[in-house]
Design a protein around this ligand. Sequence first.
Ligand code: B12
Ligand code: SF4
Length: 495
Amino acid sequence: MKVLLVYPEFPETYWSFKHALTFEGKRSAFPPLGLLTISAMLPESWERRLVDMNVRSLKQKDIEWADVVFASAMIVQKKSLESVIKMSKALGKRTVVGGPFVTTTLEKLADADHVVMGEAEETLAGLIQDLERGEAKPVYEAPERPSMSLTPIPDFKLADMRRYSAMSVQYSRGCPFNCEFCDIIEIYGRVPRTKSNEQMLLELDALRESGWRGTVFIVDDNFIGNKKNVKKFLPHLAEWQERHGRPFTFITEASVNLAEDEQLLDWMRQAGFNRAFLGIETPVEESLKEAQKGQNLRHDLLESVKTIQSYGIEVMAGFIVGFDHDPDDIFDRMIKFIKDSAIPLAMVGLLTALPNTQLWRRLGREGRLLRESGGNNTHSDLNFVTIMDSTRLVEGYKSILRSIYDTREYYDRALECLRRVSQTGMKSQRGNTFIRDLSALTRITLKLGVRDHDRWEFWRYFTQTLAHHRGAFADSMRLAAMGYHFRKLTEAYCE
Ligand code: B12
Ligand code: SF4
């Protein structure tokens, strides 16, 4: 059997990082880990190829080669996924679709031949057998959430690693919290399951042996969801890093209560974590209560961010406007919070009711749902009736974006962030990436320091970095590139 694994294209959003990736000479930020994992579960005798459409286009001859097309998608990839299915069917190929979109969507994908809902560790074998016998069913659904001990080492080599700016691994699935808008807990559950220490280290061995050096994104929903296990794992990870000359730096996602545990933070620092994405959502207490986000109410949020930064970990964060309890001055409060927290990469979105979430169900009961979400919370198309006037909300939202991604405002935040994190982080061994970094630096200086209309701001940032944060120069240039991406998209959204 010949299997073509296809990852549909993302629309251009803050998360695509498109404008920043061109500086690095990369096509996409991360590889499609779901498909790399599925590939590792297929019989050895099956031939497989991967087309990540965020890296290169899908051609007719790719599909002609295959007996069956396997695709994975999030809601935002829906349009591209539909075109993949259409193209495959037109060429007479069988299609199998899995991943978060088909797991959560309400309208089933009528055109796909086979849909795999939920995690595939326990369902894929059945589908494979049925495909081989020519008796595959339309829908396969995981009866329960599988143990992560069943997850194989992803087929990293299937991805063209040179095209990505980071590689991904997964340690855990699920989150113990209960945020109203969250679909993670609906898809992956509230009892966080983890891989064993041995399993994780073997996975990192495989990644290292494949030649990868540099950033590794631990894509967990909440890396510290199972604190007991993660605390047992981190000392081993730190030792592994030391033994191998620190080949990786890690990024992950975590809940804000990470700041409560300095021992955990210290281990993360030692293991080489230098960025963490937090769900801060809002500085407004009433809105946090409404979102059932009690873990963000236990301590002062600004102090929590500072604590994490003091361990050399840059904080990135998600923010949301559009809660029922958002006060009139929410937009100014959000701007001030983001400035004071020195979070350069602040992903601000409008509240979206994702299918099958508690928020979705409540708004349904209240008769406020307008349509299914397109999954992109930076688009201005609200999918429910908001308490604040919707035009005012969208305009206020745009005013936040314009303010926080104003060139000077952004560089100031980045400098403050560098000041807070640059003292304490562990440096990775960057291996042979120096040449690549040099060409990235040339591209950044040409674009931001010569062609850009805000070039004087760039040189101010550049000289401040050299004067005060020379040791974090590479990070400062990464932040400059990211800032450019956010500014470009903000200009496009808020024109
Ligand atoms: C890494 C990640 C990203 C990366 C994408 C990297 C990439 N190339 O894949 C980045 C940071 C870019 C990203 C962005 C976004 N993301 Co994202 N992301 C994730 C995250 C944290 C991990 C994905 C992953 O690698 N998982 C590990 C693999 C092993 O798990 P898996 O994909 O679920 O695969 C398993 C099963 O689903 C199944 N399976 C998957 N595919 C297939 C295919 C077949 C054929 C079969 C049989 C089975 C199968 O088998 C696998 C093994 O069990 C998930 C959360 C999560 N826990 O998965 C969110 C998640 C997928 N993202 C989500 C969202 C909403 C987004 C954004 C839209 C955010 C936003 N608000 O704008 C953006 C969209 C991107 C864009 N440009 O517009 C949602 C999707 C919701 C949905 N129902 O579609 C999730 C679930 C998290 C959430 N609730 O917010 N994301
Ligand atoms: S902390 Fe994050 S992953 Fe956990 S329930 Fe809340 S939003 Fe979902």
